[in-house]
Design a protein around this ligand. Sequence first.
Ligand SMILES: *[C@@H]1O[C@H](CO)[C@@H](O)[C@H](O)[C@H]1NC(C)=O
Ligand SMILES: *[C@@H]1O[C@H](CO)[C@@H](O)[C@H](O)[C@H]1NC(C)=O
Ligand SMILES: *[C@@H]1O[C@H](CO)[C@@H](O)[C@H](O)[C@H]1NC(C)=O
Ligand SMILES: *[C@@H]1O[C@H](CO)[C@@H](O)[C@H](O)[C@H]1NC(C)=O
Ligand SMILES: *[C@@H]1O[C@H](CO)[C@@H](O)[C@H](O)[C@H]1NC(C)=O
Ligand SMILES: *[C@@H]1O[C@H](CO)[C@@H](O)[C@H](O)[C@H]1NC(C)=O
Ligand SMILES: *[C@@H]1O[C@H](CO)[C@@H](O)[C@H](O)[C@H]1NC(C)=O
Ligand SMILES: *[C@@H]1O[C@H](CO)[C@@H](O)[C@H](O)[C@H]1NC(C)=O
Ligand SMILES: *[C@@H]1O[C@H](CO)[C@@H](O)[C@H](O)[C@H]1NC(C)=O
Ligand SMILES: *[C@@H]1O[C@H](CO)[C@@H](O)[C@H](O)[C@H]1NC(C)=O
Length: 451
Amino acid sequence: MNREYDMQPAKPQFPKFLFCVSVFFTVCGLVLTFIWPILLRYILQSKLVLTPNSETHDPWKKTPFSVPLDFYLFNWTNPEDIYNKNVKPKFQQVGPYRYWEVYEKSNVTWNNNGTVTFRHRKFWHFNYTEPNGDLQARINTINPVILSAAHTVRSWNYWVRKGFSVTLSGIASGINITQTIDEMLFKGFSDPLLDMTSSIPFLAGRLPPYDKFGFFYKRNGSVNNDGVFNMGTGINSTFGKLYNWNYWAQTPYYEGKCGKIHGSAGDFFPRSPDNSVISLFLPSLCRSVTLKLVGQGEVENITGYTYALEARTLDNGTIYPENKCYCNGECLPSGVLNISSCSYDAPFFISLPHFHNADPYYTSLVDGLKPENEKHDFYITLEPNTNIVLEADAKLQINMLLQPIPGISIFEKVPKAFFPLMWSQQHVKIPASDASKLKWLLIMPVILSST
Ligand SMILES: *[C@@H]1O[C@H](CO)[C@@H](O)[C@H](O)[C@H]1NC(C)=O
Ligand SMILES: *[C@@H]1O[C@H](CO)[C@@H](O)[C@H](O)[C@H]1NC(C)=O
Ligand SMILES: *[C@@H]1O[C@H](CO)[C@@H](O)[C@H](O)[C@H]1NC(C)=O
Ligand SMILES: *[C@@H]1O[C@H](CO)[C@@H](O)[C@H](O)[C@H]1NC(C)=O
Ligand SMILES: *[C@@H]1O[C@H](CO)[C@@H](O)[C@H](O)[C@H]1NC(C)=O
Ligand SMILES: *[C@@H]1O[C@H](CO)[C@@H](O)[C@H](O)[C@H]1NC(C)=O
Ligand SMILES: *[C@@H]1O[C@H](CO)[C@@H](O)[C@H](O)[C@H]1NC(C)=O
Ligand SMILES: *[C@@H]1O[C@H](CO)[C@@H](O)[C@H](O)[C@H]1NC(C)=O
Ligand SMILES: *[C@@H]1O[C@H](CO)[C@@H](O)[C@H](O)[C@H]1NC(C)=O
Ligand SMILES: *[C@@H]1O[C@H](CO)[C@@H](O)[C@H](O)[C@H]1NC(C)=O
């Protein structure tokens, strides 16, 4: 998650440690390029390609308008009961806090094998004049810095754990923190543990040089958030297909087939003979996910095929044995994805908001979460003849695993729970004017059959 992709081919050599500092978290991969009018024209010409001189280039390079990104955070309302076995952690959702995302490609290189290599660069703007949440409001949550550190230390020698436990007790009053929304997202906040690590012998040198924690800390305008993409341009390659990420065709984060990069890079969905599933790569998860055709939907009176993120991706290998290699050793009940390997071994887990489509186990460990399909599903609707995105509603929740850690006093008597921290939503829809153009196109069979 907080990988910094400055290094070239090799795997980033960050220490395997706490750090989740600029923990990612946008529904990043989902940066569908919204250039409907141009796509329509190109379909007419039946050659959808991307080159420096093609009409698709400019809007691909920089999306011509910004799209909303909504954050919801979970306020932990009963931290005083954390050591009380009879009371579950209780959460209250706050938000949405709406930011406007401006998305562009940077460090673009056109390769002579028909692919293009690039990075993402995103800016987020908060509009203080539109009705929005209060960024200065305070919420209680679990301290992700301390939890990550304790999680790392849990398998170390008993005396090291004891020493760490004493250090922790000296600097932290508990496992909870109170911060503003702004600090949790972009501003970041310092933690005594972050300041001290350089002086703790067994932690020294094991940390990336971050001074603060925040989910989006130092991500605004950075080219290092999402990694390096190598995508097909449609010339000697499949248009829109992601070939390599960070120069890998196979990532080291998941075993075997699960580490293999496949599907769309997020900009365009290649047309394929099998329209029962679509795949796309999500850099924040370091993996591709598969969305299954779940039905038809109407968007601006155009019929589209709707693909949802459901069991095909969330199952733990019981229904889809090919998902087993995502378990990374220990399979969990379905519905939660272990992304520790993708976040410096910090115990981060991704799910749909409110553990939607997940085993009821997860909601049973906490109070206050209530999954609802319309509010919490993740889907993309494509026009089936052209694969143009009619609508996309992407949502993901980030959770941390809290569990008893022997030898570290403040974690010794905690319950086990997948602690929800926050979720984000990005919803976009084809504008009515472009939809009507597309509708005309679709009733011209001669043109379409020639594509
Ligand atoms: C979070 O909960 C605390 C009390 O548990 C409350 O004082 C605070 O206002 C809540 N924060 C928000 C943003 O609602
Ligand atoms: C943690 O929770 C306890 C119990 O509610 C509270 O007294 C303490 O102030 C909280 N600590 C922080 C840093 O919010
Ligand atoms: C990417 O481009 C930016 C400016 O556009 C430049 O400052 C940076 O060094 C480049 N990064 C890499 C890794 O090439
Ligand atoms: C195409 O060439 C670039 C630059 O040499 C390389 O990074 C990339 O992996 C190649 N892609 C494929 C699919 O071979
Ligand atoms: C595509 O492949 C052909 C034949 O191998 C080659 O001549 C041409 O230069 C390639 N085009 C690009 C853009 O790589
Ligand atoms: C991100 O950077 C842009 C340009 O530097 C700035 O206008 C914007 O306010 C920043 N957003 C946040 C959330 O800090
Ligand atoms: C902020 O929101 C207001 C009210 O919706 C709108 O009039 C204004 O154009 C927006 N500003 C920006 C920079 O988007
Ligand atoms: C969709 O079709 C209905 C009935 O045919 C019509 O009333 C409505 O205006 C249409 N909506 C759009 C956005 O074209
Ligand atoms: C896999 O998920 C199913 C459904 O949630 C659950 O019943 C089963 O116990 C899980 N398997 C493992 C090994 O946890
Ligand atoms: C999550 O994955 C890591 C390896 O990346 C593994 O060590 C850990 O046991 C897994 N955690 C759970 C709860 O499955």
